[in-house]
Design a protein around this ligand. Structure first.
Ligand SMILES: [Zn+2]
Length: 169
């Protein structure tokens, strides 16, 4: 890992911790099924789980089958934009630029994520085909005309565990 300053961990309340741990569990499901280890859960204002998904890139061959985008694809047709504005998307890892765009288009108002993109690069290694576009989800959200709250990195140790040894091949 480079000498650049790493993002500081954010403390979560009990509810956010619960759902972020669900997203991390889905990351482990993704990995067990032969995908990159990412998971996402979308939760409504009343605590109802509106959608959950794991990264399915490996098992489907679909490069857009990231956990967050797949969860948005499930939730968006089923729930009003007003309801999604009150929802939180929990992601085991910091959303990429594509997923940040999907979150914007879905009108989801809040994001909580586990491991940040900077630490993820440490797991991805130096292979160019494994590298993420280096544009922060916060930069995408900052360009949105509606506010999108973004909280993370959080539960970094737990979120990192899914990635140990997962990027070697
Ligand atoms: Zn993504």
């Amino acid at each position: 890992m480079s000498g650049a300053a790493l993002p500081q961990e954010v403390a979560l309340d009990e509810r956010d911790g619960l759902y972020l741990r669900q997203a991390i569990a889905l990351a482990d499901t993704a990995r067990a099924r032969g995908n990159r280890p990412f998971g996402a859960v979308i939760v409504g204002a009343d605590g109802t789980v509106l959608a959950e998904a794991w990264n399915a890139n490996g098992e489907t061959g679909d490069c857009t089958a990231h956990a967050e985008t797949s969860a948005v694809r499930t939730a968006s047709p089923r729930h009003a934009r007003e309801a999604l504005a009150q929802a939180t998307l929990y992601s085991s890892g910091e959303p990429c630029v594509m997923c940040a765009g999907a979150i914007f288009w879905a009108n989801i108002g809040r994001v909580v994520y586990g491991i940040d993109a900077v630490r993820l690069r440490g797991f991805r290694g130096e292979r160019l085909d494994q590298r993420d576009a280096e544009l922060s989800c916060r930069d995408v959200f900052a360009a949105s005309p509606h506010a999108i709250e973004c909280i993370g990195p959080a539960l970094i140790e737990e979120a990192s565990a899914s990635h140990r040894g997962a990027w070697k091949a």
